[in-house]
Design a protein around this ligand. Sequence first.
Ligand code: ADP
Ligand code: MG
Length: 334
Amino acid sequence: MLCILMSLFSCRAYKPKTGEASELAMGTICSIRVYDGYNRNAVNQVFSRLNEITVTMSANDEGTVLDRLNRAAGIAAIQLPDDLFYVISSAIHYAELSNSAFNPAIGPLVKLWNIGMDDERIPLLSEIDEVLPFMDYHDIQIDGIARTAFLAKKGMALDLGAIVKGYAADQASSILKSGGVKAAIIDLGGNILVMGKKPDGKAWNVGVQNPYDSRGSYIGIIAAEPDTSIVTSGIYERYFLGDDGEHYHHILDGKTGYPIQNGLVSTTIVCASSIDADALSTTLFTMGLEDGMALAESLEGVEAIFIAEPRVVYLSSGLPKVFTLTDASFTLGQ
Ligand code: ADP
Ligand code: MG
């Protein structure tokens, strides 16, 4: 009798519908792993949306709305779709919070270095001096009623590379939710969002990227709540070695014109919204350990992990209870 009951029970046991898909999108590998409520249609819709975001917001491709805005710098205001308007407004908010260290007007400098592209190189000092006057985010004029933006000086260009993937992950999450997906991991080139409750009821375990080995190895594990984003910015994400043997990475200082050198190797943000996590991972990196940590502590629901030379890990106050350091070559700093 007990056997029969048990087999009946196991027949009826809830079996979550799982599935996954990966595609090259937004210039990186994007993958969706569904743990409960898999719906192929919703997953396909996510990839279409990612491509739509790219053709609106990429600064590298010709003909995107952002590219049109950049080409109209000093000439005309451009009408923006709501999504781009929202992302630019958020980027300006982070520029304000960080006193310009996070700078969406950094486009001319990003183009000069072109890190990660075939023609990446160390620019001449004279070239850097030429672009510095065109990177003041206060010269981005947005009109919330007309839904337009105007870059006040010819020579300006926006670059939203530090925030777009986070926005895209939030979009992916809401598309999956509308499609009945109950639990998933959204991974847009390392920009992670864990959506919904894991079917076994436990926390999501998310590895914190080892900044010295940006694909694959982890320094530790975060036990994440449902609907949490975990995003890392670091000096080994995109970089090149110059002829002078120096390491040049892609997070730039809009004041000096060079990659930021402040002793940090990476920053990881843990918070509910992925656009905030992405913007903040870059923002706190640009601000450095002391000011960045102070900003993280001042923001409700935001936790941060800083890794500084030589392999020291600093945690914001909410992290010790959810983070476990697993790589013994790193030490916890105070
Ligand atoms: P990833 O591209 O690895 O997700 P980030 O989110 O940290 O890394 O964004 C880095 C990108 O942001 C750079 O490749 C560049 O496009 C842009 N960027 C570089 N320096 C800055 C800065 N000081 N403020 C804002 N954006 C920046
Ligand atoms: Mg970022």
